[in-house]
Design a protein around this ligand. Structure first.
Ligand code: AMP
Length: 413
């Protein structure tokens, strides 16, 4: 088995790694770190939970450490990590801070929705590594407080999510603002065509790294499937919370309307709930996450986009209140429980109109999900899909945003 020493990381990094309690590199680290150290461009498909952050953070720190110019003041930004969400950006920065603690390399994180002045102050002092969300980065660049001329490594993290959130033009612009001679590392949980296309336009003969979560994630989780009429899902959820599902759990819904509705119902029933979707302010989201991590609430309800990239460990259960229409999303969701050898549980609620999704999910994971038919709200096997009569998320069902809604920055997630 490979060790971190075999990856030729230097002492200050090895010390920080040991203190983090990592015994050996993960697959994505083993494969990515050598390429990054060689200065190559890399396109890596790896989801959160695979150790991908360290896969780019460690070799970047090593490269910067080896090529340090002495002065402490007047530091120039040498590495830029672009992340679609604030939460993810904060987590990446925490990783850099942790791994760099025995070096004098410095990093900071900037994101929108927070006051810009303190961010400007830190940037003016000079840092080596900048982690940023696209909008705020461009703002700061416009104000001339960020100079990207000296960037040696650019990381685009969660590229698929970045494009889903409509950041394609920002990302291309950021790439052009950086020095020409840079190395680019692109990380993405999935590799849809538009991500490949972006990679083709900006990466130079990239090395490919693929860490498939499919089999491993799906294997370590006990999955149960409940067929239930759509209007009875809330009752089924309450029934399971009372009788079966205990501990920390994440409940996924497709739309923010669904998240809000379920949150209100669960709170009315005395549960300690937090929620997470794209309309919440930065502070709301951070507070919700903190309360969940502290154990003040044991139920977190979220949309896929809002929950992506957030590092929540030790989940006892994942509930798919709505079945995702993209099968990879199912794998990502259930991959959040049963991590690192712990056994986890997933519960999926399937109504008549979602049966087809189950079929494609089972094809992807190459196994049948066990059906739990012993529950009070069974679905008549012959039931036809119900017609959507209400407003809400249904018109955005495919998860595509219209030009108009993009302009208005309306979010369904
Ligand atoms: P990430 O995929 O970067 O979000 O990382 C997921 C989690 O794995 C984080 O909590 C890391 O601290 C942890 N981690 C990263 N690398 C390793 C490793 N080599 N061994 C054990 N845990 C790790």
């Amino acid at each position: 088995m490979m060790s971190f020493k075999d990856l030729h990381l230097n002492r200050p990094l090895l010390r920080a790694i040991a203190e983090s309690g990592y015994n050996e590199p993960t697959l994505v680290q083993e494969q990515t770190i050598p390429f990054v150290l060689e200065g190559k461009d890399v396109i890596a498909s790896a989801q959160t939970g695979t150790g991908k952050t360290a896969a780019f953070a460690l070799p970047i720190l090593q490269l910067l450490f080896d090529n340090q110019d002495a002065p402490k003041r007047g530091k120039k930004i040498k590495a830029l990590i672009v992340s679609p969400t604030r939460e993810l950006a904060i987590q990446i920065e925490e990783n850099f801070k942790n791994y760099s603690k025995y070096t004098n390399l410095t990093s900071t994180v900037v994101f929108g929705g927070a006051s810009i002045e303190p961010q400007i102050d830190v940037l003016k002092k000079g840092i080596d590594i900048l982690i940023a969300t696209p909008g705020r980065l461009l703002d700061l660049h416009k104000q001339d407080v960020v100079n990207l001329d000296f960037i040696e490594t650019l990381v685009l993290d969660e590229a698929d999510l970045m494009l889903d959130m409509g950041f394609i033009d920002d990302v291309k612009k950021i790439e052009r603002l950086c020095s020409k001679e840079k190395q680019i590392l692109l990380f993405s949980a999935t590799m849809p065509f538009k991500v490949e296309q972006l990679a083709n336009t900006i990466l130079k003969s990239p090395e490919r790294v693929e860490v498939s979560p499919t089999s491993s994630a799906a294997k370590s989780v006990s999955q149960l499937l409940f067929y239930v009429p759509k209007p009875k899902k809330i009752e089924l959820c309450l029934h399971l919370l009372r009788n079966t599902i205990k501990g920390n759990m994440l409940i996924f819904r497709r739309t923010k309307f669904g998240v809000d509705k379920l949150e209100q119902t669960l709170i009315k029933n005395g549960y300690k709930v937090e929620s997470f979707h794209g309309d919440k302010t930065q502070n709301d989201r951070q507070d919700a996450l903190t309360r969940f991590k502290n154990g003040d609430a044991n139920i977190l309800i979220a949309t896929d986009v809002a929950a992506r990239g957030i590092d929540i460990d030790n989940l006892d259960a994942v509930i798919n209140f709505d079945i995702p229409n993209i099968p990879e999303t199912y794998v990502h969701r259930i991959g959040r429980t049963g991590r690192a050898g712990n056994s986890g549980m997933s519960y999926s609620f399937c109504s008549a109109d979602e049966k087809l999704y189950i079929k494609t999910i089972q094809q992807l994971i190459q196994k049948e999900i066990a059906i739990e038919s012993e529950h009070p709200y069974p679905l008549d096997p012959k039931a036809k899909p119900e017609v959507h009569k209400k407003q809400g998320g249904s018109k955005h069902k495919k998860g595509r945003k219209s030009e108009a809604s993009k302009k208005k920055k309306k979010r369904w997630y």
